[in-house]
Design a protein around this ligand. Structure first.
Ligand SMILES: Cc1cc2nc3c(=O)[nH]c(=O)nc-3n(C[C@H](O)[C@H](O)[C@H](O)COP(=O)(O)OP(=O)(O)OC[C@H]3O[C@@H](n4cnc5c(N)ncnc54)[C@H](O)[C@@H]3O)c2cc1C
Length: 420
């Protein structure tokens, strides 16, 4: 079957967008004191605002899916368009020119869970979930972290025991973003406690509305509650919702985690506003443009911001070219979060007490939300320290970091002796 020419695809896509969305106004130059001063890392919304936003996001996704733009590169058998990456790139460029509902609620489901189901799911699972996920009929979350297993994910203790054609899941997950509005979740559970920890795990798709699933919100220091604890009390999962082979869950988890770095890299803090334009204007507004220390720190910030942007672009281009996300995703993530910390430090220096006391002054206290949100970015999707280990080992070729399971040269030492 011959492909629709790219130009025809673009023309039709433009026609669809013109008919269904409003074109964005040309971006106006940022002027201090005008418009919203919101610069949050995470959206802080009431549950009803969150529901409304999700409803609009789902409506838009369903509409574009039905028109053939919801999963352009996906296999036709599961509802995709079967087109090469260049078509998706063209669509993304066009869609970015229109005002459409924020699609962040699908980052985990479509950026991480769906590619894992495609890679490891059974045929019935692919048929049941992929079409519906890309059409936003169902939303998915990631159920990996536990109170005793985050960076060291393979230590997880949630159990899945086989019972005929079903599995029974018992345990607790934590920090589950969006569990409260998700229909399904990708869970990794321990299926054989006698095997070494990476080897006794299995992945599943779990119905978040099944009896025995209990979702409790966790409130973060910015005030919102985007995360949850999720308890599994004898939750039944059919065997056809297993991801990959029994006890091969580590490979399943790695597929999701590699896609997670890519999904996080594609986003960014600040709710889509140009943070650098804002800090430059902040410096002018407070008359600090001639202060040598402020100038020096601002230049440093902007240089690092540019470098981090290029790193991110390099990693994303590799993915768009059809290559698997590699250690450059770790560099991009680390560079991005380090720069957010630098930005927070700079703003704290310029604003001083205005950052922590709400005086009502435009463009000041609003930055507290970004400063309080950045630690989350440094932990999510692999902490800065873990990213450094990956870069050290896989990019610089340094010896492997002794893990908690590896034999440490210090292990058998007595107090007062030195390792050789
Ligand atoms: C914004 C956000 C969203 C999240 N969303 C989800 C989600 O949707 N689903 C989900 O399953 N989880 C989610 N998480 C959880 C996240 O994956 C974990 O927080 C993360 O893996 C770190 O695990 P931990 O919190 O248990 O910290 P730990 O692993 O206990 O780490 C504690 C500290 O020790 C350091 N450390 C750990 N290991 C090493 C090492 N080998 N070398 C050096 N330093 C080390 C860490 O860098 C950190 O500073 C989210 C977290 C955040 C912040």
């Amino acid at each position: 079957m011959s492909l629709i020419p790219l130009e025809t695809f673009e023309e039709e896509a433009r026609g669809f967008l013109d008919a269904n969305a409003r074109k964005k106004q040309a971006e106006r130059k940022f002027v201090w004191g005008e418009g919203s001063d919101k610069v949050a890392m995470f959206e802080e919304r009431s549950r009803s605002d969150e529901r409304n936003d999700l409803h609009q996001a789902c409506e838009w996704r369903a509409k574009k899916f039905d028109a053939g733009y919801g999963w352009i590169t996906g296999p036709v058998a599961y509802g995709g368009g079967g087109l090469p990456g260049a078509y998706e790139k063209a669509w993304n460029t066009l869609e970015a020119q229109y005002q459409v509902p924020n699609q962040a609620a699908f980052t985990i489901g479509l950026g991480m869970v769906a590619p894992t189901i495609l890679a490891h799911g059974t045929e019935p699972a692919k048929q049941a979930y992929l079409h519906n996920m890309y059409r936003a009929d169902i939303v998915a979350c990631q159920l990996f972290s536990e109170p005793g297993a985050g960076s060291d994910l393979a230590s997880l203790q949630t159990k899945a025991l086989r019972d005929g054609d079903e599995w029974v899941i018992t345990g607790q997950k934590v920090w589950t973003t969006g569990a409260h509005y998700s229909d399904i979740g990708e869970i990794i559970a321990r299926t054989d406690p006698d095997l070494p920890k990476h080897k006794g795990l299995t992945g599943f798709v779990v119905d978040m509305k099944a009896p025995g699933v209990e979702v409790r919100p966790l409130r973060q220091m910015t005030g919102g509650a985007s995360f949850n604890e999720v308890f599994f009390n004898d939750v039944r999962v059919p065997d056809h919702d297993r991801l990959g082979d029994v006890n091969n869950g580590w490979a399943v988890a790695l597929t999701t985690l590699m896609n997670e770095r890519a999904a996080i890299g594609a986003g960014g803090g600040g709710g889509g506003v140009n943070l650098y334009a804002r800090v430059i204007e902040m410096v002018r507004h407070f008359g600090l443009g001639d202060d040598p220390i402020v100038r020096d720190r601002l230049a440093d910030l902007i240089i690092h911001g540019r470098v981090s942007g290029y790193n991110n672009q390099r990693a994303m281009d590799k993915i768009k070219a059809g290559q698997l996300p590699g250690p450059e995703m770790s560099i991009a993530k680390l560079a991005g979060t380090l720069n957010l910390r630098r930005l927070g430090d700079f703003v704290s220096h310029v604003l001083g007490p205005k950052l922590v006391a709400d005086t009502g002054e435009w463009g000041t206290y609003a930055w507290a939300m970004l400063v309080l949100g950045t630690p989350g970015g440094r932990i999510a999707g692999g902490s800065d320290e873990v990213m450094r280990n990956i870069v050290g080992e896989r990019v610089l070729g340094l010896p492997k970091e002794p893990g908690i399971d590896s034999k440490s040269p210090f292990r058998d030492l007595k107090v007062g002796t030195q390792p050789t």
